[in-house]
Design a protein around this ligand. Structure first.
Ligand SMILES: *Cc1c(COP(=O)(O)O)cnc(C)c1O
Length: 342
């Protein structure tokens, strides 16, 4: 039997209907701005989030890195959570691509407060300190087990950012998961940030692609940076078509993924080798293992039995539900893990 893959929501494969949409896509050279499907996707998502323009990027990493690049100058400082994707999982890109230092905040499952941001800001009159320029918020928070931000705190941070002349970028790789929980409209998030990145290849199930959204001047500059980084693609409407299909068909189903993560959490929390779980709010479940239980060894034991998970730390595992994991698969995972004796 095929393994049940809970390593990430990036592992989804395009559905038959999505492949049909890709097959039918009208295409053109997107570097010339002539791919109608890419243009439609950029307009669609920008409009949805209330931004002027969008830019289709090969990956979420590139969308974030372009954003950081357009907001900063070398030597500037970026404020973000210590577990944030832009700091931890983009191969040092913030430092390498933009020459920025980072000020890391110890958040609560990836969420921090305006007071913590205020503490993190360098005095702009002290010319020996790096110029704080950008605050990056991630929603949902990947390393925080899919935690969702409270808009009230985002608003406090926005007020502070306005007072201090800072820009704000949302790493919204899983923003649709967050909105599925809170019921907030995309425009609510769009209006709080200078730029947003939104991922089509996570929970939405497209094979690739992320969009960077912002005002037209910023996105025009971002287009130049995308080309410079080697991210200008040609007849990429085939991928944009998958994204448009995902937006139409895979957003409303996200609560199913969340319910399945919750079901896993309840069952797995009872196992003797589990110390506890970070209560899942969205589609990411983080398991804290009992003392003496090694995460890498557990991953191997699971793998032998056809369940794939990822290691988050020496005593932590991550399980992610997604489009290719149905209720039956969840029950099978529970049966299999219940039988494991470490
Ligand atoms: C996956 C992810 C990204 C982008 O990752 P890519 O694999 O480069 O598309 C960005 N931010 C967060 C929080 C993510 O989980």
């Amino acid at each position: 039997m095929e393994p049940i893959d809970l390593r990430s929501d990036t592992v989804t494969r395009p559905t038959a209907a999505m492949r049909e949409a890709m097959l039918r896509a009208e295409v053109g050279d997107d570097v010339f701005g002539e791919d109608p499907t890419v243009n439609a996707l950029e307009e669609r998502l920008a409009g949805l989030f209330g931004k002027e323009a969008g830019l289709f990027c090969p990956s979420g990493t590139m969308a974030n890195q372009i954003a950081i690049h357009v907001h900063t100058r070398p030597g500037d400082e970026v404020v973000c959570d210590e577990g944030s994707h832009v700091y931890r999982y983009e191969s040092g890109g913030t430092m390498a691509n933009s020459g920025c230092s980072v000020h890391l905040i110890q958040g609560d499952r990836g969420r921090f407060t305006a007071a913590q941001v205020a503490d993190a800001l360098n005095d702009p009159t002290a010319d020996w300190l790096a110029r704080t320029r950008l605050v990056v918020i991630e929603n949902t928070c990947n390393r925080g087990g899919g935690a969702v931000w409270d808009l009230t705190e985002v608003d406090r941070i926005r007020t502070l950012a306005d007072a201090r002349g800072l820009h704000m970028h949302l790493d919204g790789a899983r923003i649709f998961n967050a909105m599925a929980v809170t019921g907030e409209a995309p425009g609510t998030w769009g209006s709080r940030f200078n730029t947003l990145s939104v991922c089509l290849s996570k929970g939405l199930g497209a094979p690739a692609g992320s969009l960077l959204l912002g005002d037209s001047v910023t996105i025009a500059e971002a287009r130049r940076v995308r080309k410079r980084m080697g991210g200008g693609m040609r007849q990429v409407g085939v991928l944009a078509a998958a994204g448009l299909h995902a937006l139409q068909h895979h957003v409303a189903r996200l609560p199913d993924d969340h319910a399945r993560a919750a079901r896993l959490a309840v069952a797995l929390d009872l196992l003797p080798w589990v110390k506890g779980v970070l209560p899942p709010v969205t589609n990411i479940l983080v398991i804290q293992l009992a003392s003496g239980i090694d995460a890498t060894r557990m991953r191997s034991l699971f793998m032998e039995r056809g369940v794939l998970v990822s290691v988050l730390g020496p005593d932590r595992l991550r399980l992610v539900t997604h489009l290719d994991v149905d209720d039956d698969a969840v029950e099978r995972v529970i049966d299999i893990l219940q039988d494991i004796e470490p």
